[in-house]
Design a protein around this ligand. Structure first.
Ligand code: PMP
Ligand code: GLN
Length: 387
């Protein structure tokens, strides 16, 4: 066998934390609050639409950019919720989940040596795809417990080599929703450095306490330099379907499509039709999911507090970040590797999403998109650890 295997740019990355933690959960029969996926199904209409699409023979390759019904549904969704007007044919591209949208966008825009500004903790595929593109990651740290943007370090992360900013709001893993003032600062710096903003908004509908998600593309002067990414996985509780999309100026979307065509060409045929149905559902369906998740957030936050942890209360997403130091954690990485066996619970160490691992030494991310009884049992087990 030829020796050196593996892409050299990926050498530092190893196996994604989500695969590692879900495997540990299975091995120990532990409650998996690690990888973020719901344990109940989403809207029945969406599931039925997938069955109908399969039964009506929509099972062959869809068109490269995505099925027209979904392209139109994405454009209509951006108009309905945010007042953004998009040409479905040239300004929207369907991808295999947001993951492919992120990778294809970064590969399309970043040239070797270009700098990419992002916040840490960051979603794990950001670092890997920036590396695959030959880009250089420049980060600004969001610090527990409020995860506010630090203006000085953000300014310092920009340079004449900045090609794009990779933003995520609502933010995984912190559950932070960027404020309007923070977004304005990011946008001002992007405009000043003539950089693209790639904004990962997969949790756009999962915000709590009346906090509003503000898409970057709606901000003044940003439409022409922003590529917006989202996914049906979170909005319709269908993470396994892997239907995502990217929208923005036609030329940039064409550049992303050029990469995507040689990575997957197309994906998720019948599910694309089902997601088109989902995006057209009433506002109440979108609001209902957020309301149900807010109650789960409250349940997990109070359970983790009762177990002795300090918690940052998230305004969005599936996730809560808690400090496990009061439970004896010195290093969340080893704590989380031991937790499935010791307590029968799985969480994710936030330090794996950091360059500056000390910024998150004892922080653990727990997912609350689970049945109430599952959350209660996980908290009971964690409380027993402390006692
Ligand atoms: N971005 C963020 C911030 C995420 O949390 C996730 C994971 N769900 C993704 C992208 C990937 O989304 P998808 O499953 O649609 O590929
Ligand atoms: N986005 C999910 C999370 O943060 C996991 C997705 C994946 O497994 N790649 O938990």
């Amino acid at each position: 066998m030829p020796s050196s295997l593996g892409h050299p740019a990926l050498a530092p990355f190893g196996t994604t934390i989500f695969a590692t933690m879900s495997a540990l959960a299975a091995e120990h029969g532990a409650i998996n609050l690690g990888q973020g996926f719901p344990d109940t199904d989403g809207p029945a209409e969406v599931l039925e639409a997938a069955v109908t699409a399969i039964r009506s023979g929509l099972n062959q390759y869809p068109p490269g950019p995505g099925v027209p019904a979904l392209l139109e549904a994405v454009a209509a969704h951006q108009s309905r919720f945010y007042g953004l007007s998009l040409d479905p044919r040239s300004e929207v591209l369907v991808t295999v989940g947001a993951t492919e949208a992120i990778a294809a966008t970064v590969l399309a825009l970043v040239r070797p040596g270009d700098e990419v500004v992002t916040f840490e903790p960051y979603y794990d595929s950001y670092a890997a795809t920036i590396a695959l593109a030959g880009g250089v990651r420049r980060t600004s740290v969001l610090r527990f417990p409020d995860f506010a943007v630090d203006e000085e370090s953000l300014r310092a992360a920009f340079s004449p080599r900045t090609r794009l900013v990779l933003l995520n709001t609502p933010h995984n893993p912190t559950g932070k929703v960027f404020t309007r003032a923070e977004l304005d600062l990011v946008c001002e710096l992007a405009r000043e450095h003539d950089a693209w903003v790639v904004t990962d908004e997969v949790y756009e509908h999962l915000t709590f306490d009346g906090v509003e998600h503000v898409p970057v593309a709606t901000l003044p002067g940003m439409r022409e330099r922003t590529l917006t990414i989202s996914s049906a996985g979170k909005t319709f509780s269908t993470t396994g379907w892997k239907v995502g999309w990217v929208s923005g100026p036609a030329e940039a979307v064409a550049a992303v499509r050029a990469v995507k065509q040689f990575v997957t060409y197309v994906g998720s045929g019948p599910f694309q039709h089902a997601v088109a149905t989902g995006l057209g559902l009433d506002d109440a369906v979108f609001a209902g999911l957020a309301r149900s998740l807010q109650a789960k957030r409250d349940r997990l936050v109070s359970g983790l507090r009762a177990a002795g942890m300090t918690v940052s209360v998230p305004q969005g997403t599936y996730f809560v970040v808690a400090d496990a130091a009061p439970l004896g954690a010195v290093d969340a990485l080893s704590f989380c590797h031991e937790l499935p066996e010791r307590a029968g619970v799985v969480g994710v160490p936030v330090s794996v999403f950091h360059d500056d691992v000390d910024a998150a030494r004892t922080l653990v991310r727990f997912a609350f998109c689970k049945e109430d009884a599952v959350l209660d049992e996980a908290c009971r087990r964690l409380a027993a650890l402390g006692g």
